[in-house]
Design a protein around this ligand. Structure first.
Ligand code: GLN
Ligand code: ZN
Length: 766
């Protein structure tokens, strides 16, 4: 560390440039390598990540952020938080026990997994319950020693803070959090004392839970935790790290007895800078300033960043300012280097983890030594950014015009639901409790191989199309034989529900190596919205029309909704997310029209990701939901009254957003309920929902075939709060991950269950 401005990294991607981390994990799980070889190869990967950051010139290099699966799981096992079902009796945590918690084994199911704040990274939820924490190993200390011995790096140990750890854990009543904290505090103290004794200078304590909002009790708990720690470990520099949104109230955080506070100046809506400007910065604290976007992939505007640094320097004393990405770089791919297929203008505008670190070092150097010395580098960055920004596809007049024209059109269906439902019933004449599925059918090895052959050019378009047609025809036959009432074409032509549309819309690009970790060894390669999104030509009409031509029963058209497309892509950062969602919605509106014109008059627009875009602070929810709902309506509200709009949601809890769901004004919604365990049903007791609704009657996430009685009781439970006239019967999500055999057996039981309930209730369509 120098006396000027220093740089720090908060965490580095684990997966490796060529996903070698993922491959190693999977090889170990498959029994292809033994534990010793696994561990030694993992060390090499870890070492390489450290050296990359060292060579980039980063002053404070994180250690302990590297993991075999997930950093929250690491923290849990470090404190011996292993649920009883794994038969753990204390002592070291064996590798296979660690993986059993993450993935389950023959004796015990895995721990629950959930989203890390508002990212697409998933962590393993610690189950604290009545367990007594014990320190099984000092993981950050081991990582510190490793970096020092192997790379000569005096790293900055990273550890999940106690406050955040407890907020993310389950198994104890929220009211007991202070008591639980008391059990963990001595262990945190011990970990930190050992780090101090080792000569560690700075420790990064991640406390992102702070940004979700602090009650008075939360503030008191934070004050208690950090007072205890600082009293027990005096002289160790703690960087209390927040990210993803503004840290508020900053007054309370500045009052904590820690030496540094890390703030996100990218995703805070300007609030952090406002607070620093208003309150000033204490002379005895260091500011970890998150100035580069740790969650997006764009080159930064270095002039703007230097201006931000200059602004911060007005408040923060020389030598107490550390520049860093806004969060761990876990959320971005490793390097742009391999993106040889992209045109230069676009490639130059990208910055993944390694490129971000280089930018950070350049900004710090320019701030320390003067911009003149780095004039050439700064000019080059300015130039490529200007070139990228000037791309005509990023400022299309036709898209702007359409957006404007749309604003003048009514934002509602031609008839309100209460009237629509009548004309729709007249048109469709569906039986009571109609049965249907969510859209996809098994993506068998055969389907995946066919797509691969087509992508590689081994199969021509015609051959591939023929193959897909035969899959569709088979699926239609199967559905008719099962006796389902509303059919789907099966989505055999789609790999991924966002990528499929991205490839067919203007404004998207695809990287070849832009992978990020989603959970465990699972990586995703989000498509990139780099320009204005626009409709080019029909995307789904061909398959839907073909499926419909094979049957008299209705076949639902199947689209991914605007908010889900947005939330599962990397998005350009010069427009608001709301504006980009509006463009996608407009493009989908064209697709909906194309389907309708082709005679597809039941159209499902899936929004599984609508909830995960929710801002972390409750006060910002309404604004987000407002534009998210608006985007859905833009895509769908122009159809004829008789056209039935469906939607589907899953992966989250929806009980606290029923009003917004209703405002989307879809005629029918299907929602996953297996995760929220009936809570959703309870919320319908309290809130009015009048539209068609299918609460998944069985969990598709397991290969188990549910028996008829399970489903009849699920249906009957739901019918206690929902009208029989509005209820639909369907599984709780798409079936693409299942095999055909279990799918057919389960759907057969589902149709049977629907028949039984129909008979029993003696109900008929009014
Ligand atoms: N229609 C999609 C499918 O069935 C929905 C997927 C999802 O909900 N994530 O696969
Ligand atoms: Zn789903």
């Amino acid at each position: 560390m120098s006396t000027g401005i220093n740089t720090s990294s908060l965490g580095y991607p684990r997966i490796g440039k060529n996903r070698e981390w993922k491959k190693l994990l999977e090889a170990y799980w498959a029994g292809k390598i033994d534990e010793q070889s696994f561990r030694s190869q993992m060390e090499e990967i870890q070492l390489q990540h450290l050296q990359t950051q060292q060579q980039a010139g980063i002053d404070l290099i994180p250690v302990g952020d590297f993991t075999f699966y997930d950093h929250v799981l690491d923290t849990a096992v470090m404190f011996g938080i292993v649920p009883e079902r794994y038969g753990y009796k204390g002592g070291d945590i064996p590798l296979d026990l660690y993986f059993a918690m993450a993935r389950g084994n023959a004796e015990a199911p895995a721990c629950e997994m959930t989203k890390w704040f508002n990212t697409n990274y998933h962590y393993i939820v610690p189950e604290i319950g009545r367990l007594t924490p014990t320190l099984t190993a000092n993981k950050p200390l081991a990582a510190y020693r490793f970096a020092k011995e192997r790379a000569g790096i005096e790293g900055k140990p990273v550890i999940v803070g106690l406050y955040t750890f407890l907020k993310l854990s389950k198994g104890f009543p929220a009211a007991e959090i202070n008591g639980v904290a008391a059990r963990f505090l001595p262990l945190y103290v011990q970990v930190l004392q050992e780090l101090k004794a080792e000569g560690v200078a700075w420790v990064q304590i991640d406390e992102p839970a702070i940004v979700t909002g602090l009650t008075a009790e939360d503030q008191a708990l934070l004050q208690h935790i950090y007072s205890e720690i600082s009293a027990a470990v005096p002289g160790l520099n703690l960087m209390l790290q927040t990210y993803f949104e503004a840290a508020e109230p900053l007054e309370a955080l500045l009052a904590l007895p820690v030496q540094g506070l890390g703030l996100d100046f990218v995703h805070d809506g300007g609030k952090n800078l406002e607070s620093v400007t208003r309150l000033g910065w204490p002379q005895d604290k260091t500011l970890g300033a998150g100035i580069l976007d740790g969650r997006n992939i764009w080159r930064a505007d270095l002039d703007a960043k230097l201006a931000l640094v200059a602004e911060l320097q007005k408040h923060v004393p020389q030598g107490q300012l550390i520049l860093q990405p806004s969060s761990s770089l876990l959320h971005v791919p490793v390097t742009v280097e391999g993106e040889v297929k992209l045109k230069a203008t676009v490639k130059n505008a990208l910055a993944f983890a390694n490129e971000k670190l280089a930018e950070l070092v350049l900004i710090a150097a320019a701030a320390n030594e003067g911009t003149e010395r780095y004039a050439a580098e700064l000019a080059r960055s300015r130039e490529v950014l200007a070139e990228f920004r000037a791309l005509p596809e990023r400022g299309r007049a036709d898209v702007a015009e359409q957006v404007q024209a749309l604003a003048l059109l009514p934002d509602y269906r031609s008839l309100p639901f209460a009237e629509r439902v009548k004309v729709q019933q007249e048109k469709w004449r569906l039986p009571l409790l109609p049965t249907t599925t969510i859209g996809s059918f098994p993506q068998t090895a055969e389907v995946r191989q066919a797509r691969l052959k087509w992508r590689k050019g081994v199969w021509n378009q015609e051959r591939y199309d023929g193959f897909i047609k035969r899959q569709i025809a088979e699926a239609v036959t199967i559905q008719e034989e099962l006796g389902l009432d509303v059919l789907v074409h099966g989505e055999f032509e789609r790999t991924d529900m966002v990528e499929f549309f991205g490839e067919k819309l203007a404004g998207y690009l695809f990287t070849s190596g832009g992978w990020v970790q989603s959970y465990g060894s699972r990586c995703v390669k989000p498509p990139v919205i780099y320009a204005d999104v626009a409709f080019i030509e029909p995307m789904t009409v061909k398959e839907s029309v073909y499926a419909q031509s094979l049957t008299k029963l209705p076949v639902k058209g199947m689209l991914t909704g605007p908010v889900t497309i947005l939330n599962w892509s990397f998005v350009r950062d010069d427009l608001s997310r709301e504006a980009v969602a509006g463009q996608i919605a407009l493009a989908l509106r064209h697709e909906v029209s194309a389907l309708e014109e082709a005679g597809i008059e039941m159209i499902q627009v899936d929004e599984p990701a609508i909830r995960e875009g929710l801002p972390l602070k409750a006060r910002d929810h309404a604004h987000y939901l407002n534009w998210a709902v608006k985007a859905f309506r833009t895509a769908t509200n122009h159809v004829q009254a008789t056209t039935q709009v469906h939607t589907h949601m899953c992966y989250s809890e929806f009980n606290d957003m029923i009003d917004s769901i209703s405002a989307m004004d879809a005629d029918v919604i299907s929602i996953e309920t297996s995760r929220s365990h009936g809570e959703l049903i309870v919320s319908f007791e309290e809130q009015e929902y009048d539209k068609g609704i299918g609460l998944g009657v069985y969990d598709i996430h397991s290969p188990r075939v549910p028996v008829v009685e399970e489903m009849t009781s699920a249906i009957e439970r739901a019918l206690r709060v929902l009208e029989v006239q509005q209820f639909w019967i369907n599984p709780d999500c798409g079936l693409k991950t299942r095999g055909w055999e279990e799918t057919i057996a389960a759907l057969r039981n589902m149709v049977k269950a629907a028949e039984l309930v129909r008979e029993k209730s003696g109900a008929v369509r009014k």
